[in-house]
Design a protein around this ligand. Structure first.
Ligand SMILES: Nc1nc2c(ncn2[C@@H]2O[C@H](COP(=O)(O)OP(=O)(O)O)[C@@H](O)[C@H]2O)c(=O)[nH]1
Ligand SMILES: [Mg+2]
Length: 441
C-alpha cells in the first residue's frame, strides 16, 4: 500500500462564524505548514500565525495547531488552522493548501483514517457522526457514551469470551477420542449459555440506543375530520397542518420531527381514508396507505362522537379516541390499545406520549442516561446474526452432538460480532459508513 496522500477540508459548518477551522492530515502536512506559516509550529501548542499565499500576502491570521503522527486524531501528521469564519477567506485558504500539495478530503475521510490507523473503532467512528447529528440531549449523551467506548467494550468482552470458548472447542476437536467427553462437558454448555445471556443484554441496550439515535416513524391515519391534523399540531406543539371542518383538507403527506423524552419521532399526517372523488385526494389516500405500511407505530384517530365501537387494533397500532371533550359519558370503557384524547384541549396527551414510548419498547427512566449508548440498525442486525449462530451452536452441542458443526457456528458468530467494531468488515461496508459523514470529519 502506498502512503496515503494529504487531505484538507474546512471543518466548520458553512456560513459566517467567529472562527473557521481548516484541517489538514497526511504526509505533506509538515511541508505545507512550513510554506504557509513560514515555520513548523511547536507540537500541540496554540501558535498565533499568519497564513500566507504564494506572493507572501496574508490570507488570514489565526491559531495554528500542529499534531505530529502518531499523536493526532487521524494518527497522521495533522495541522489545524483556526482562522476567521467567513466563506471567502476559508475558501482562499483551502485553495492555497491544495496548491501546496493537499487534496480536498472526501466526506468522513479524517474519521476513516482514524479508524484505519486504529485510533478509534467503527462503533466510535459512527458515534462521532451520531453525536454531530444528535437532535436531543439524550441522543447526544448516548452518542458520547459510544464514542467513549462503552458499546465497544461490551462487544469486546463478549468477543473475548467467544474466542476463549472457540479455542477450547477447536483444541478438543483435534483429539477425536476426547470429543464425546467434551460434548457432555457441562462447563462448555454453561460458558455458551453465559455468552448467549450476555448477548441478550447487549441486544436490549442496543435497541434503546437505536431508538434514541434513529427514532421512529409514527403515522397518523383515520377517517376525514377525525382530527388527524389537529393531533399532529398537538404533538408538534405548533400549527404546521391546516385544520378545518371541511373533510378532505389534508391531501398531501405532512411530516414533523418531534421528541418524547429525547426519543426522536418522525410524525406523518395523512389524508383521511375514504372513497375520494377527485384525483388529487385519491393520490393523497394512496400516499397515506403507503406511509401506513412503513410505519413503526400507527396512530388511528377515531372521532369519539361518531364511532363508539373500536375495531381490533394491530400490534403496532394505538387507537386515539379523539374529541373526548364533546363526549358526555367520559367513563366509557376503552381497550388497552386505545387512548381517550382531545386534540382541542390537550387532555390525554401525556397518556398518548407514554403509550407511544411503551409501544416503541423504550423503557429508560426519565433522566437516566448511564448505560445507554447509541446504536444503529447495522449493529442490531449483526447482533441478531450472532444470536442466530449461537443458537445453532447450542443445538449442535445439545441436540445433534456435532462438535464440528458447533465449532463452525461459533466461528460464524465471532465474525458477525466482529463486524460491529470493524475488526472484520468489508471495504463496501466501510465505504458506505464513512460516505454518510460530513466533510471535514
Ligand atoms: N371539539 C373538538 N374538535 C376537534 C378535536 N379535534 C379536531 N377537532 C375539529 O375537527 C375538525 C377536523 O379536524 P382536522 O384536524 O382537520 O381533522 P383531519 O381531517 O382528520 O385532519 C376541525 O374543525 C377541528 O377543529 C377535538 O379534540 N375536539
Ligand atoms: Mg387533516
Amino acid at each position: 500500500m502506498s502512503p496515503p496522500d494529504t487531505i484538507a477540508a474546512i471543518a466548520t459548518a458553512p456560513g459566517q462564524g467567529g472562527i473557521g477551522v481548516i484541517r489538514i492530515s497526511g504526509g505533506n502536512t509538515n511541508q505545507i505548514a512550513r510554506q504557509l506559516l513560514g515555520d513548523l509550529p511547536k507540537p500541540r501548542y496554540a501558535q498565533f500565525a499568519s497564513f500566507r499565499d504564494a506572493d507572501n500576502e496574508v490570507i488570514d491570521q489565526g491559531i495554528a495547531l500542529y499534531f505530529p503522527a502518531p499523536n493526532s486524531f487521524t494518527g497522521e501528521d495533522v495541522l489545524e488552522l483556526q482562522g476567521h469564519g467567513g466563506a471567502v477567506v476559508l475558501d482562499r485558504l483551502l485553495k492555497r493548501i491544495i496548491e501546496l500539495g493537499a487534496r480536498p478530503a472526501r466526506a468522513g475521510e479524517f474519521s476513516e483514517r482514524a479508524f484505519l490507523n486504529d485510533k478509534i473503532d467503527l462503533v466510535q467512528a459512527e458515534a462521532i457522526a451520531d453525536l454531530i447529528a444528535a437532535e436531543s440531549e439524550q441522543s447526544a449523551k448516548a452518542a458520547m457514551h459510544s464514542l467513549q467506548g462503552e458499546f465497544s467494550a461490551s462487544i469486546d468482552t463478549l468477543l473475548q469470551q467467544l474466542i476463549e470458548l472457540r479455542m477450547h472447542v477447536e483444541s478438543t476437536l483435534d483429539f477425536p477420542e476426547e470429543e464425546i467427553d467434551f460434548l457432555a462437558d457441562d462447563i462448555i454448555k454453561q460458558k455458551l449459555q453465559a455468552i448467549v445471556d450476555q448477548l441478550q443484554v447487549i441486544q436490549n441496550n442496543s435497541k434503546q440506543g437505536r431508538l434514541l439515535n434513529e427514532g421512529l416513524k409514527v403515522v397518523i391515519s383515520g377517517k376525514p375530520n377525525a382530527g388527524k391534523s389537529s393531533l399532529l399540531n398537538l404533538l408538534a406543539g405548533s400549527d404546521s397542518a391546516i385544520v378545518s371542518d371541511i373533510p378532505g383538507t389534508t391531501r398531501d403527506v405532512l411530516r414533523e420531527k418531534i421528541q418524547i423524552q429525547g426519543v426522536p419521532l418522525h410524525i406523518v399526517d395523512t389524508a383521511g381514508l375514504r372513497e375520494a372523488s377527485d384525483v388529487i385526494e385519491q393520490e393523497g389516500v394512496r400516499r397515506a396507505q403507503k406511509e401506513m405500511q412503513q410505519a413503526d407505530i400507527l396512530l388511528t384517530v377515531i372521532d369519539a362522537t361518531i364511532d363508539a365501537v373500536l375495531p381490533d387494533a394491530q400490534p403496532n397500532e394505538i387507537q386515539v379516541l379523539n374529541k373526548i371533550d364533546l363526549v358526555q359519558d367520559k367513563g366509557v370503557d376503552t381497550p388497552d390499545s386505545a387512548v381517550k384524547l382531545s386534540a382541542k384541549t390537550g387532555e390525554g396527551l401525556e397518556r398518548l406520549q407514554q403509550k407511544i414510548l411503551q409501544l416503541a419498547g423504550y423503557n429508560s427512566q426519565p433522566g437516566q442516561t448511564t448505560g445507554i449508548y447509541t446504536a444503529r440498525r447495522r449493529h442490531l442486525q449483526a447482533l441478531q446474526k450472532t444470536a442466530d449462530h449461537l443458537e445453532l451452536a447450542q443445538r449442535a452441542l445439545t441436540v445433534e452432538q456435532a462438535g464440528e458443526v458447533m465449532a463452525e457456528e461459533l466461528r460464524l458468530a465471532q465474525n458477525s460480532l466482529s463486524e460491529i467494531t470493524g475488526a472484520f468488515s468489508s471495504d463496501d461496508l466501510l465505504g458506505k459508513i464513512f460516505s454518510e459523514f460530513c466533510i471535514g470529519k
